[in-house]
Design a protein around this ligand. Sequence first.
Ligand SMILES: Nc1ncnc2c1ncn2[C@@H]1O[C@H](COP(=O)(O)OP(=O)(O)O)[C@@H](O)[C@H]1O
Ligand SMILES: [Mg+2]
Length: 270
Amino acid sequence: MSNDVVIRTDRLTKRFGPLSVFEEVSLEVKKSEVMAIIGPSGAGKSTFIRCLNYLHPFNQGKLDILGHTILGGKHHLPREELRDIRTRVGMVFQTFNLFPHLNVLENITLAPVEVKRVARANANERAMELLEMVGLSAKAKMYPKRLSGGEQQRVAICRALAMEPEVMLFDEPTSMLDPELVGDVLAAIRRLASDGMTMILVTHEMQFAKDVADTVVIMADHGVVETGPAREVLESPRTERAQSFLHRVLHPEEANDLIDAKMAPIGGRQ
Ligand SMILES: Nc1ncnc2c1ncn2[C@@H]1O[C@H](COP(=O)(O)OP(=O)(O)O)[C@@H](O)[C@H]1O
Ligand SMILES: [Mg+2]
């Protein structure tokens, strides 16, 4: 494997009991690359990125991540290996999951202090730098419930970054936010991308994906239906499945027309 490949999956297959979530997904992310994963709800996007830091075991295939090689069918990894992956891969979820009983600064410094044994003063200093970066240094002493969703999500990003991860995984980080709060969170992610962070981002923000991602992956129907350079995939998808998905996302107002068309008598509307 060439040195600059950070994550590679080779025919990764995941089932939940009888349910096949995805089959034979083979992808590669190089250092400083941004990969956006898009696709309809239920396509297995969340499950896929959770397999990458082993929040879910997978059934078949092979995962190479940050120098570790993991084969499908295993249910437990050695504790040290799991710990190494989890500390080097940061993850941000749809729901921010901040600790409600800790203030912003404490949320961000908890893992560095407890897991990495960073000195408290250094952890605080780094946390303040991160908060500064996302425009929240004034909120360091506030508790999560006093913050807006967009602010909480930016704190969650800082919390992940405080572990100095080498890869960041984002699972629809803006989909729970009111539209006017999305921009600040996207700006923080854009900033990370331009600083060279390697990342995989599940998102519905097509324009953002086009601007920020190097590659786009479309997941649907139990696997990857199309992948390639972001602009190519989003502007001129080759497969019919990708075309129909993108059409529906980009023209939601036509959803009713589609239903009408389906219900129209065969041979077209009279
Ligand atoms: N822990 C689980 N146990 C059983 N089925 C699950 C679990 N998590 C997700 N699924 C199922 O796997 C499929 C893919 O889900 P998910 O990865 O959340 O899709 P997406 O993120 O693309 O919307 C769905 O059918 C979902 O119901
Ligand atoms: Mg999901």
